[in-house]
Ligand binder design. Structure first.
Ligand SMILES: Cc1ncc(COP(=O)(O)O)c(C=O)c1O
Length: 470
C-alpha cells in the first residue's frame, strides 16, 4: 500500500470512529479493532493510529483488554472502587466555574470545522522562524541559569517599546501569557470580596480569573464605541469599585474599539474614582484595517492604567510569553504576586521570544498574518450575511479574531453550539462572555481557523440548525 493510500485509509477510519463517538453517551463502547479492520480492509496499525489520534484529542479512551470507549468526563469512573464522597464536603462549592474557558481551550478534534479558536491554527504559525529562534535561544550562554524575577532586560525593553514607551523597561514584568497577567492583576489590585467593573460582554477567561480571585463582578454595558462612560461613572460611584477590566482595542468578543471621545472620558472617570484600569491589549497585532489606536496607557499620566500584552496570539499558543506593565506601588504589588505564583518565567522561553520578535522575519510574519486574517474574516462575514441575513452581524470588526453573531430571540446559544458540534462545526455559545445574564443570545465565531474550503459548509450548517429549533 502506498503512503498516500495509507493516509487516506487512516483518515477514513479516524472519521468513522469520530462520527461514532460524537453524539454517543460517555462510556459507550466503540466498534472493535477487528471489526474496523474487516470493514475498512486496513491493518491494525492504521486502526491504532486513528484510536491514538482521537484519544489524544480527548474524545475516546482505550481500556486495555476491554476495548475503546467514548471518554467519560468523570475521572472517578476509571476507579470504580474509590469513594470520593469526602471530597465534596472538604471542597464545598467552587469559587469560579470556568465552563466557558474550559470549552474554549479543549483541544480541537481532528477534521472538525473549528470556528471557536482563540489562537492561530497550525497552518498560520511562523514555524520556521520559531524553530530558528528556539535554536538561537538554546545556544545563548546562561539560558538554563536563573533569570531575574521581572524577566530579561532586553525582552522587557521590547514590550515597553510595544506600548509606545508609555512604560520604561523597569516598569515591565514578563509573565507566562495574558491569563497569568490578568489573574495576578486581579489578586494584586483588589482584595477578595471587592467589586470589580468589567465590560459586558467581555473575555470569558478574565471573568473566570476575577471570580477565582474572589472578586464581585459588576458588568458595565458596552455599545459600538466600547464601554458606556455614563454607566461606568455610575458603577464606580454606586459600588465604590477601584478596579475596571477593559479591552479598549478590538474587544473579545465584539471587536469594538473605544472611540477617541470615550478614551478621554474613561481616563477622567478613573481619575475621579481613584481607580485602576487593566488594559488587556491582546489583539494589537491583529489590526486588519490600518494602524490600531495607541494603547490607552499612553494617555495616562498618573499610573491608573495597568497594561498587558502577549505573544501567544500572534506568535504561537505554545510561546506563552506576555508582559504586565505598571507604575508606582502597583508595580511592586504585581511583581510580588507574580513571584509568589511561580518565581519567574523560564529563560529559554523568554530568550526564544526575544530572538523571534527581534528577527527581520517578524514584521513579515505579521503582515502576512493580517492579510490572511482579513481574507478569512471577509469570507466568514459574507457567508454569515448570506445565510443568516444582514442583521446577524452588527459589526465587521476592524481587528481581532472574532465575529459576534446575534441569534434570533428565543434561540438557545448553548443548544445551537451543542448541535453544531455534533455536526462537526465548533462555535462559542455567547453566554460565556457575559459576566451576568446575557441580554440576548449570541454566538462567537472565530475567523482565525476558518478555512476557506469549508466556511460555506460550516455556516450553511449553522443556518440550518438555527432555522430548525430541533
Ligand atoms: C482578551 C483576552 N485576554 C487574554 C487571553 C489569554 O491569552 P494568553 O494566551 O496570552 O494567556 C485571551 C485569549 O483568548 C483573550 O482573548
Amino acid at each position: 500500500m502506498s503512503s498516500m493510500e495509507m493516509n487516506n485509509s487512516s483518515h477514513r477510519v479516524t472519521q468513522y470512529l469520530r462520527d461514532c463517538a460524537i453524539g454517543a453517551a460517555p462510556g459507550t463502547r466503540l466498534p472493535s479493532v477487528r471489526d474496523i479492520m474487516r470493514t475498512y480492509r486496513v491493518s491494525p496499525v492504521t486502526v491504532q493510529r486513528a484510536i491514538d489520534t482521537l484519544a489524544e484529542a480527548g474524545l475516546i479512551e482505550a481500556r486495555p483488554g476491554q476495548g475503546t470507549f467514548v471518554r467519560e468526563q468523570q475521572v472517578a469512573s476509571a476507579r470504580p472502587d474509590a469513594d470520593y464522597g469526602w471530597q465534596s464536603l472538604a471542597l464545598g462549592s467552587p469559587r469560579a466555574v470556568a465552563d466557558g474557558l474550559n470549552s474554549l481551550l479543549r483541544m480541537p478534534m481532528p477534521d472538525v470545522m473549528a470556528l471557536n479558536l482563540g489562537y492561530l491554527p497550525e497552518e498560520s504559525l511562523p514555524l520556521a522562524q520559531l524553530a530558528a529562534a528556539g535554536g538561537r535561544a538554546l545556544r545563548r550562554p546562561g539560558v538554563w541559569a536563573r533569570v531575574p524575577i521581572e524577566g530579561l532586560e532586553a525582552l522587557r525593553a521590547w514590550f515597553a517599546s510595544q506600548a509606545g514607551d508609555a512604560f520604561t523597561p523597569g516598569e515591565v514584568t514578563i509573565c507566562p501569557g495574558t491569563q497569568a497577567a490578568n489573574a495576578a492583576a486581579f489578586r494584586a489590585l483588589a482584595q477578595a470580596g471587592d467589586p470589580v467593573l468589567i465590560e459586558s460582554p467581555s473575555y470569558t477567561g478574565a471573568i473566570a480569573a476575577a471570580l477565582a480571585a474572589g472578586l464581585r463582578l459588576i458588568p458595565v454595558p458596552t455599545d459600538e464605541e466600547g464601554v458606556r462612560p455614563e454607566l461606568l461613572e455610575e458603577a464606580f460611584v454606586r459600588t465604590g469599585a477601584r478596579l475596571f477590566y477593559c479591552q479598549p482595542t478590538f474587544s473579545n468578543p465584539t471587536g469594538a474599539v473605544l472611540s477617541p471621545a470615550r478614551r478621554r472620558s474613561v481616563l477622567d472617570i478613573l481619575g475621579r474614582a481613584g481607580a485602576f484600569l487593566i488594559e488587556d491589549d491582546w489583539a494589537r497585532d491583529f489590526a486588519l484595517e490600518g494602524e490600531p489606536p495607541p494603547p490607552l496607557a499612553q494617555d495616562d499620566a498618573h499610573g491608573h492604567v495597568v497594561y498587558i500584552r502577549s505573544l501567544t496570539k500572534s506568535a504561537a499558543p505554545g510561546l506563552r510569553i506576555g508582559a504586565i506593565c505598571a507604575r508606582g506601588a502597583a508595580l511592586e504589588r504585581l511583581r510580588m504576586a507574580r513571584l509568589v505564583d511561580d518565581f519567574s518565567v523560564p529563560g529559554l522561553m523568554q530568550e526564544t521570544a526575544l530572538q523571534l520578535v527581534t528577527a527581520p522575519g517578524w514584521p513579515r510574519h505579521l503582515r502576512a498574518l493580517r492579510a490572511e486574517l482579513r481574507h478569512r474574516r471577509d469570507l466568514l462575514a459574507a457567508a454569515v450575511t448570506r445565510h443568516l441575513g444582514p442583521g446577524a452581524l452588527r459589526r465587521i470588526p476592524a481587528g481581532g479574531l472574532h465575529l459576534w453573531m446575534s441569534l434570533p430571540p428565543g434561540v438557545s446559544d448553548l443548544d445551537i453550539a451543542r448541535r453544531a458540534a455534533a455536526a462537526s462545526v465548533l462555535v462559542g455559545a455567547g453566554r460565556h462572555w457575559f459576566p451576568a445574564e446575557a441580554p440576548s443570545p449570541y454566538l462567537r465565531l472565530s475567523f482565525a481557523g476558518a478555512r476557506p474550503d469549508w466556511i460555506e459548509t460550516a455556516v450553511g450548517t449553522l443556518a440550518a440548525l438555527i432555522a430548525d429549533p430541533g
